[in-house]
Design a protein around this ligand. Structure first.
Ligand code: R5P
Length: 310
């Protein structure tokens, strides 16, 4: 097996490599003066099972191109099999046409990854499970839930926890986590009763006196999360925290979260945390390196990956 990292999240790639007891393959990824990407894999990968670790996080276009170009280099170097390990699969939120003349970028990116030479894809908490069907190659969509459950057990009294989906679209994901810890589920239902009127937040479920845990796949601007936290506290929640797989945290998101009533936001390292994230008063990062490392090992050994979750 050969492990190659792009520039998107080298610490995660190194942690995966450490878990597997195997060094990262030397690979030069640099820029020409005009910012075109140049890649040189500096070790022989002929006939090897190659895993390329690269989330397509900010700057998404650059990191996506790096992933495609590294795969092209590996394919032309006669790698036996290429697995694109994309812990955060960007462009996934455009997974259907919300209106006429709009793109489906999740499908476009899937096409690009396949055409560049991927034989398999390994990712975590895809925004929508059906994106797996946008590929005609095997996709292993891992869940961060077991890592979150372990952390929840260490930091919360599960007797008083209520898992909350911050919107109706996230109910399946939140329910799955609630089931794992035997906690009840509530849902924040955002509704705009009439055009031009502000959104009303209804809470489905009784959150009074509960330690609420918001669960979602992505925190980007932080708007969804902070609004949900405020609504839960207004409805009598004891405290509100959040467990979210991908800390996209664009623009002023970190400041917004620091200023919010959230007790803490727990994200994974699927995206490399910025310095602002690392020093934020109420953001904590847990690692999916072992989960990914184990999935890589099992893929290489042709063993079951799904059994990691049961
Ligand atoms: C939406 O469908 C996602 O699951 C997240 O709820 C959303 O991307 C969060 O975005 P933001 O943090 O900008 O509200």
């Amino acid at each position: 097996m050969k492990l190659i990292s792009g520039n998107a999240n080298r610490p995660l790639a190194e942690a995966i490599a450490a878990y597997l007891g195997q060094p990262l393959t030397k690979c030069l990824v640099r820029r020409f003066a005009d910012m075109e990407i140049f890649v040189e894999i500096q070790e022989n990968v002929r006939g090897e099972d190659v895993f390329i670790i690269q989330p397509t996080s900010f700057p998404a276009n650059d990191h996506l191109m790096e992933l495609l170009i590294i795969m092209d280099a590996a394919r032309r170097a006669s790698a036996r099999r290429i697995t694109a390990v994309v812990p955060y699969f960007g462009y996934a939120r455009q997974d259907r046409k919300p209106g006429p003349r709009t793109p489906i970028t999740a499908k476009l990116v899937a096409n690009m990854i396949e055409r560049a030479g991927a034989d398999r894809v390994l990712t975590i908490d895809l925004h929508a499970g059906q994106i797996q069907g946008f590929f005609d190659i095997p996709v292993d969509n891992l869940y961060a839930a077991p890592v979150m459950v372990q952390d929840l057990k260490e930091h919360y009294d599960l007797e008083n926890v209520m898992v909350v989906s911050p919107d109706v679209g996230g109910v399946v994901r939140a329910r799955a986590l609630a089931k794992r810890i035997g906690a009840p589920l509530a849902i924040v239902d955002k509704r705009r009763e009439r055009p031009g009127e502000s959104e009303v937040m209804n809470i489905i479920g009784d959150v009074k006196g509960r330690a609420c845990i918001l669960v979602d796949d992505i925190v980007d601007s932080g708007g969804t999360l902070c609004n949900a936290a405020e609504a839960l506290l207004e409805h009598g929640a004891l405290e509100v925290s959040a467990y979210i797989t991908h800390g996209v945290l664009s623009g002023g998101a970190v400041a917004r979260i620091a200023a919010s009533p959230l007790k803490e936001l727990v994200i994974t390292d699927s995206i490399q945390p910025t310095e602002a994230v690392r020093v934020a008063r109420n953001i904590r990062v847990i690692s999916v390196a072992e989960l990914l490392g184990e999935a890589v090992r099992r893929t290489a050994e042709e063993r079951s990956v799904s059994s990691l979750f049961y």
